[in-house]
Design a protein around this ligand. Structure first.
Ligand code: NAD
Length: 499
């Protein structure tokens, strides 16, 4: 390593160097330069983090709900007051523009606020006198140590989808953020400590596959929450389940927006641009395919193209609309689809290479890119490109558009744009996708509903946050109770019946 700052793990309430000598560069993507290094944990460091979480668990589990809630309330206040600091960290390591970084934090804060209701959300049920003198009641109890593995594209929001709920419910956590933008997790863990969280309840280990694999097989880790690409989500789901853990594993996406001929085309064009190019398209809920039902495609493409001319690409700290991509390699891979599109017979309406940027020339830039008449057998249509690239597919009818969406291997989000309530209602019923927007392009559910897709966008059946998050991080226990009464004595080997 050089004299650049080194990001360490956060274990037992303090920075922790660990034993591994491996590290990875962390870039400022707007400068195209290495800004820091991050330590990459090996199995020994992961074991240290899990041991810290395991040791903290009994005390935290038995801490009163009022005290646990008190910590979460303080964290909420601190995070809200200092969100600007966190937004700067996100922009410096991820590249997203400040307004977008603040938006990500706001959606994460929503989950913290949801978790504040934990005493109410985990209340049990009570049935009196189910048999003579017998009562039955249920409790929801925490699991123990839980692991969270998060992707690069939401370095604050995705960890916030999970750890506030896990911790408010009485679990302890080992968080393994993306090694591409790791600082946000340390910053949030330090803030939790400032809010009064005891040491060991929230630990952060940095690393790559080696650290992830150590978590997946660790005997003291009870559950794994994962968000990332589809192949890794599938691997995590299978491996962690094989090792006896609960798993929630959210994967990649290719989200379609269906525009019916009766839609307001100005609103639809605004929505397509916002949802296609916000965060440089590096969102799992980004719209990457606009399915235009004829005869509106020409007009819609013209309106989208017009809007792209006004987008300012550049350093996220300078009030631009769109920042750089996460790495040079990712930028080059995304840009390579422009040649694929041409070769496959699509029309390249806007080519984002070589655009003028408000930023350093070495940044990982690619401007907004628009393809029309994309064939559905082209890799441009089939792959999750995860960049500022929007494809237009033209169809002749609602049914043709719906069939296309339902044939996709992904089912994360989708949207329909129409003024026809009947068509929208039919779509919400017929579409094979987990999150649906009606004239809403990025239908990320609020924190008190759950987030999750269908098909290859989610493995297993556990969605993130909302009621699903409560169910995931707690186990129900049913108690059947009878206080001693001599009239109930006697031997009876038959299966218990109520009377
Ligand atoms: P990724 O799958 O490369 O990495 C996610 C996490 O897995 C990281 O912490 C990484 O260190 C770890 N990882 C990477 N390769 C691994 C391997 N071989 N074995 C074990 N662990 C490994 O994803 P990413 O590039 O960081 O994030 C972008 C992806 O995440 C996109 O596909 C996007 O759609 C998806 N995503 C999905 C959602 C959702 O809610 N469905 C939300 C955000 C992002």
């Amino acid at each position: 390593m050089t004299d650049l700052p080194v990001i360490t793990h956060w274990i037992d309430g303090a920075p922790f160097d660990g034993t591994s000598t491996r590290s990875a560069p962390v870039f400022n993507p707007a400068l195209g330069a290495v800004a820091k290094h991050v330590r990459l944990a090996g199995a020994v460091d992961v074991d240290t983090a899990v041991a810290s979480a395991q040791a903290a668990y009994p005390g935290w589990r038995d801490t009163s709900q009022a005290r646990r809630q008190g910590v979460m309330f303080t964290f909420r206040e601190l995070l809200n007051a200092r969100k600007g600091e966190l937004a700067d960290i996100l922009t410096a390591e991820h590249g997203k523009v400040t307004a977008d970084a603040l938006g990500e934090i706001a959606r994460g804060l929503e989950v913290v606020e949801f978790a504040l209701g934990m005493p109410h959300l985990t209340k049990g049920e009570y049935s009196e006198n189910v048999s003579t003198g017998v009562d039955v009641y249920t409790l929801r109890q925490p699991l123990g140590v839980v692991g969270i593995i998060s992707p690069f594209n939401f370095p604050a929001m995705v960890p916030l989808w999970f750890f506030p709920i896990a911790i408010a419910a009485g679990n302890t956590v080992v968080l393994k953020p993306s090694e591409k933008d790791p600082s946000a997790s340390n910053w949030m863990a330090a803030l939790m400590t400032e809010a009064g969280l005891p040491a060991g309840v929230l630990n952060v280990v940095h690393g790559d596959k080696e650290a992830v694999d150590a978590l997946l097989v660790h005997p003291h880790v009870q559950a794994i929450s994962f968000v990332g690409s589809t192949p890794i989500a599938k691997y995590i789901y299978e491996t962690a389940a094989h090792h006896g853990k609960r798993v929630q594993a959210l994967g990649g996406a290719k989200n379609h927006m269906l525009v019916l001929p009766d839609a307001d085309l100005d609103l639809a064009a605004d929505a397509a641009v916002n949802a296609g190019f916000g965060s440089a398209g590096e969102r799992c809920m980004a719209i990457s395919v606009v399915v235009a039902v004829e005869p509106v495609a020409d007009e819609l493409v013209a309106k989208i193209t017009e809007r792209l001319k006004g987008l300012r690409v550049g350093d996220g700290m300078r009030g631009c609309d769109m920042g750089p991509l996460i790495t040079q390699a990712h930028r080059d891979k995304v840009a390579s689809y422009i040649d694929v599109a041409r070769t496959d017979g699509a029309e390249v309406v806007v080519d984002g290479r070589g655009i003028e940027v408000d930023g350093d020339a070495s940044g990982f830039w690619l401007g907004p890119t628009l393809f029309d008449r994309v064939g559905t057998d082209s890799d441009v249509y089939l792959d999750e490109i995860f960049g500022p690239v929007l494809s237009i597919v033209r169809v002749g009818s609602y049914t043709e558009g719906l069939t296309l969406i339902n044939r996709s291997r992904y089912g994360n989000g989708t949207a329909i744009f129409t003024n026809d309530g009947g068509a929208a209602r039919r779509f919400q019923n017929e579409v094979q996708v987990g999150m649906v927007g009606i004239n809403v392009p990025i239908p990320v559910p609020v924190a008190y509903h759950a987030f999750g897709g269908w098909k290859d966008s989610l493995f297993g059946d556990a969605k993130a946050y909302g009621p699903a998050g409560i169910a995931f991080y707690t186990r129900e226990k049913a108690i059947t109770s009878r206080w001693l009464d001599p009239s109930h004595g006697g031997i009876n080997l038959g299966f218990p019946q109520n009377a």
